[in-house]
Structure formats: C-alpha cells, structure tokens
Design a protein around this ligand. Structure first.
Ligand code: GLC
Length: 661
C-alpha cells in the first residue's frame, strides 16, 4: 500500500508528539532508572500504517483491541462482534477444553479466531498469548525444557537463547504468536512459589539470561518465525516480603531499579515487545510511601517504563489483576487504564470490561489520548510480529517437537544439574552397573516437569499426558538395559546389597504461583513435608550399595537428613521431559566419549537448616542459619576429596515452626 508523504510526515509527528506529550515526571522514582532511548528505531512507514488503521477504528473497536479474553470464554463469532485484539489460554486452557488436543487442533482454533478477527478489523489480526515458559508446555507432546531455575544454574546464555528459538517455533506450530516469557524475577525469598521461574538472585545473571531468552523467542519475529516475548512481571515480583506471592515489595527506588529492574533494561535493549505488569505492590522504603499495586502505578508503568525507559511496545495486565487495584473490579478499572496498561487480561468478564471502559471514555474519566496510546502500541506490536494477514497458520507439526529440540532439552538437563555432595569416584556409574531405583518420582513425569506443564499447577497429570517424555527410570533402563534396573518405589522390597548402586529420587509435588508458597512459619525441610520420601531413602541407605540421590524441586530446600543418607546428592531442579539428560550425568558415556561432570553452579544459596528463606543470608550466619552452600556452590565431580567432609547437622525445627523474620 502506497503512503503519501503527508501521511508519513503526520504519522511521525504524531508518534514523536505522543512520546513527548506524556511529560515525564521528574521524581526520585523516575530518576532511579537510566534515561534510555528506544531500542527499536522508528519505522515511519509502519507508524503511518498504524495511524491509518487507528483512524479506521470506532471507539468500541479500539477498546476491543485492548481486551484479552480466555479461549474458554469466547467464540470466534464474539471475536468478530467485539473486534477483540488478543486472546490467551491460561495454564490448563486447551482447544475444546481437551487436554489431548493435538497441535492441529490448536492450529484450527487459531485460524477460526484469526479469520473472525480479520473480518471485524481488516488488516488487524489478533495475537494469541500462551504461557510457553519452558517449551510449548501446555500442548500434548511438547518438548519440555528445564524451568528457569535450572537454566540459571547452567549460566549458559547461548543455551537459553537456543531454547527460546526452539520454543518460538513450537509455539508458532500451534498457532500462537506470543509467549508470556521470560520471568525476570530476582528472587529474595525461596518461600515464594514462583522461585523456579527465576534464573537466580543476581540481577546481572537475570539480565544476561533474560536478554538471551528474548533474543531467542523474538528472533526473526518480523518474518513470522519468532514470537512476541513478555518481560514479566514488572516490577519487583520476586521481592515481596517473606516471598508471599502477589505481596508487597519494600525497596528504595534505587533497589527497585537496580535489583528488580535489571532484567527489564536488558530485555528492552533486546527489543522485547511486551511487558506484563506484576500482581505485587511496592512500598518505597526511602519515603515510607505505600505505592500500592503495580497495576495502578502510573509512575512506574508510564513515567518509568514508557517514558524514562522509552518502551514503545505494549503493557499487558496479569490475569484479573486489575480487580486487585483499590476501587476496581475485574471488569472495571479506570485507574489501571490511566496507569498505562494497554492490553487487559480479563479472561472471563471481558464483555462488561468493554462496556465499563467505553462508558468511562464517554463520560471523560478516561481521555481518548490514553485509548489511542494503547491501541497505537497494540497495532505497532502487531505490525512488527509478522502476522499472517489471511488468518492462516502456515506451520505444521514439522516444527512442533523435533529431534533437535529433544537433544537440546537433553543437553539443557545435564547442564542444569548441581552436584552438592560426592564421594570421589562414585560418579559416573559404570555402564555395566546393576541399579536399584527408589522414590516414586523416579517414574513420575510431572515431578520432572513441575508447574506450568500441561496444566497450570502441573500435578493433576499422569505419564500418559506426556507421551513423548522420558522418566529417569525409563532413561536408566534404556541406558543400562531393563534387566539391570529394578524399581522399588518405597525401598521396602529389594536388598540394596544385590546392586552396584542405588539411585534415589526425592521431589516436591508440582505447584504454580501462590500454591507453591511456603507459609510464613513453615520450614524448608523437605522431609517435614514429604516424610515418606525420606523413609524410602532410609530403607536403602548404608545397606551395601552407594546411594546417588536426586532432588526435583522448584527451589533450594533443607535436605541435610537426606544428604547424610546419600553418597552423592544432586539438585536436579525441574528438569522437564528429557530424563536421558539426567542419565548422561549419572552414567559413564559410551566408549570414546568423556564424561562431562557437573558444570552448573548454584544461583541461590543452599540452606543448611530449616528456616533459611532469604537468598541473601547474613555472611556471618552460624549454626542452622549458615547455608550449606553459597551462591556459586557446587562440585564438578572430579574432586579428589569427599565433600562435605563430614555429616551435615540435622537441626531440630525450633518449636516446630520458623521464626517470622
Ligand atoms: C498468571 C501468571 C502470569 C501468566 C498469566 C496467564 O496468573 O501470573 O505469569 O502469564 O497468569 O496465564
């Protein structure tokens, strides 16, 4: 389409004026952030197209573009009727509410929604957001990669970038164009149920790996190969008091910017196109000002993110998060619109949201300039996203879950494992070993994958829901021969002395978000929450065969009692679908190859007692408050001396609860 020069000039002027118009507040909060210019240079032709499309929309259509329903709550006909601009499927949202929906089913639903959207607003496809946070993890048959806590332990930015690229292809292959990833939380308390979504407690690491994730996800975005990424959750989600999900982060403006904001500067520099606002709140400890919910914070969403940091993409709210803003409901929140959010994740009450927001514009509570800013950003992001203008999904199963993806995930598993205890020479186990496997989790895929895996919470599934995944047990049988691997889930049946080694698996029950929070006074001791798992270990420990124990967990835990009953202890985090990656670290490689040992290191301190929740423990801490390992800890497996040198102290839990710090 040819643009006349006048239109081009006017569009550029509107864009630049719009940017200047939102006069930047000059407060301590704003000044704490670097003054940066936009990473993506202005494309005058694209901006002209944005203006052209914007001018063709009615007010109701503009608000439709700002509304994001859940696929279980809207039909293609309604997308057409309301000119809906984007949809999402939450964890556990599948086409036809069918967990077994195939990639072809996902593509068919995407096309139905897209064709309806293009009929309503020609030239403006919709964008479908999905929580592809460790692969295309909602979809049956997907390759599921280690969660971010494991990738953080690997410290390998190229690996993270490669996973982002592979995830983008897998997401496009099911008809979505937007991944709600990466999480950029810099976790301060491992009580938080989302600790595993974080790369670590170091802002520089989160910035480096978060940037790599966005570069991978958005690679070749304009060509329709990459997907939109979402830097989330802005800002301070990992800093809430006591690690309470959706709680209050108490920080000075500088701490907020330099600790919790580090990932956003890096991903903005990488051209991230969307930012998801955080459920959490911020209290400025410098001025003792409770600034309240992020979703109502205009100073941070607009003055900082859109102005000071020159972010020209779109801000999306979190699931019904606007309902938590004082004075708001899920379907009605003028403060959140005024604060600067552009796309509203209103999964179910979206019709009333549209009506209420329309009324607020009509009666002057929301200026038209705010609506136009939001829709301009939405259109800009869509035009940058290489969206098909005919509603068709060109991808096929061919790029959904390739052998190369599985090999990448397998390597990521091995590179994520942290060796915390080792008797020299025990690992790698000889390929001729006859092994006893204990621990129910050894053959339970969902313990490997954790939350955000086929369902939101991740624990309602069975192995049948992961048809292409490999459990540790299956991988050991593939590697050592079925006849050389015996599974005795609770360790009560077999005599360990008849085996060359025992492989024991401990695990947390999968969880997501607040469901994973460890309460204020509860302990971090794994055996307090899972006594039956320690019992299984106790049945086989010290009975004539060395014990190699792996822990599947979303965070560091107090495992002194289990480690004392093991000859090797490995933090495996939440490794995902490729159990073979675990065996690559446990068993000697085929002839001619060298065993790689363990390259991953801790990105959170590992507790030495039941009440260590902070990821920044007192360096002078002693006794039960002294970490077993500091950040950076971990063994290579090649050490000549045993570590730890002696048994770890098994601290009693003080009066059964942890003091509230
Ligand atoms: C959730 C999470 C967010 C996710 C969104 C959509 O509540 O906070 O990370 O992307 O809802 O599922």
């Amino acid at each position: 389409m040819l643009f006349n020069r006048t239109l081009l000039a006017r569009a550029s002027a509107v864009f630049l004026l719009g940017t200047a118009m939102l006069a930047q507040a000059d407060t301590a909060t704003v000044q704490a952030w670097p003054d940066r210019s936009a990473a993506v240079k202005v494309d005058a032709a694209l901006e002209a197209r944005v203006e052209q499309l914007l001018n063709g929309l009615s007010l109701r259509q503009k608000i439709g573009q700002m509304t994001q329903p859940e696929i279980r709550a809207i039909t293609p006909d309604q997308v057409r009727e309301y000119a809906i601009g984007s949809i999402l499927n939450g964890g556990g949202g599948w086409p036809g509410n069918n967990i077994n929906a195939t990639p072809a089913d996902w593509r068919a639903l995407s096309e139905a929604f897209q064709i309806a959207a293009l009929e309503a607003t020609p030239g403006i496809p919709l964008i479908w957001g999905i929580d592809a946070v460790h692969g295309n993890n909602n979809v049956r048959g997907a390759v599921i990669y280690p969660h971010n806590i494991g990738l953080g332990a690997s410290g390998n930015a190229q690996l993270v970038r490669d996973i982002g690229r592979a995830t983008a292809r897998a997401v496009r292959a099911t008809g979505q164009q937007w991944a709600f990833a990466p999480t950029l939380a810099v976790v301060q308390h491992v009580r938080w149920g989302r600790t595993y979504e974080s790369f670590g407690n170091d802002p520089a690491l989160v910035a480096r790996l978060g940037r790599a994730a966005v570069e991978g996800l958005q690679e070749n975005l304009a060509q329709g190969i990459g997907v939109l990424a979402s830097a989330k959750h802005f800002v301070g989600d990992g800093g809430t008091r006591h690690g309470t999900d959706q709680g209050i982060t108490r920080a000075t403006p500088e701490q907020l910017a330099k600790t919790h904001g580090a990932g956003y500067i890096a991903t903005l520099d990488a051209g991230v196109q969307t930012v998801m606002a955080s459920y959490s709140s911020w209290t400025d400890t410098r001025s003792a000002t409770p600034n309240g919910k992020m979703h109502g914070n205009r100073e941070l969403l607009t003055d900082v993110l859109k102005q000071r940091l020159a972010f020209d993409g779109l801000i999306v709210s979190d699931w019904d998060a606007i309902g938590q803003v004082p004075g708001c409901k899920n379907d009605d929140c003028v403060p959140a619109v005024l604060a600067g959010t552009d796309v509203f994740m209103v999964p179910f009450e979206w019709k009333r949201f549209i009506d209420n927001t329309l009324r607020a514009v009509q009666d002057g509570r929301i200026p038209m300039s705010r609506i136009d800013d939001a829709v301009r950003r939405i259109l800009r992001v869509k035009l940058r996203a290489g969206l098909a203008m005919d509603g068709k999904v060109r991808e096929t199963d061919a790029t959904f879950a390739t052998d190369a993806d599985r090999a990448l995930a397998r390597r990521a598993v091995r590179e994520s494992l942290v060796l915390l205890k080792h008797k020299p020479g025990l690992l790698p186990l000889p390929a001729s070993s006859r092994v006893l496997v204990v621990g129910a989790a050894a053959d339970n895929i969902h313990n490997q994958t954790g939350g955000w895996s086929r369902t939101w919470q991740g624990h309602e599934t069975t192995n049948a829901d992961f048809p292409a995944a490999t459990s540790l047990l299956a991988a050991l049988r593939q590697r050592l021969g079925s006849g050389n691997v015996v599974f005795d889930a609770d360790g009560s049946r077999e005599d360990p002395a008849k085996f060359s080694a025992v492989v024991a698996v401990l695990a947390e029950k999968p969880y997501a978000e607040m469901a994973g929070d460890i309460g204020l006074t509860s302990s971090l001791k794994h055996s307090r929450r899972y006594p039956e798992q320690l019992a299984a270990l106790q049945r086989v420990a010290g009975r004539g065969a060395p014990v190699v124990t792996l822990l599947y967990s979303g965070r560091p835990l107090d495992v002194n009692d289990a480690a004392n009953r093991s000859d090797a202890f490995i933090a495996a985090w939440l490794p995902g679908s490729e159990g073979a990656g675990l065996v690559d670290a446990l068993v000697a490689p085929e002839a001619g190859k060298t065993w790689p040992g363990f390259s991953a290191r801790l990105r959170f301190p590992w507790p030495g007692g039941p009440c260590q929740f902070s990821t920044h423990p007192d360096p002078k801490a002693t006794g039960a408050d002294k970490p077993w390992w500091p950040v950076g800890g971990g063994l290579s497996g090649f050490e000549k001396t045993a570590s730890p040198a002696k048994a770890l102290p098994e601290w009693p839990e003080p009066k059964g609860i942890c003091p509230v710090l």
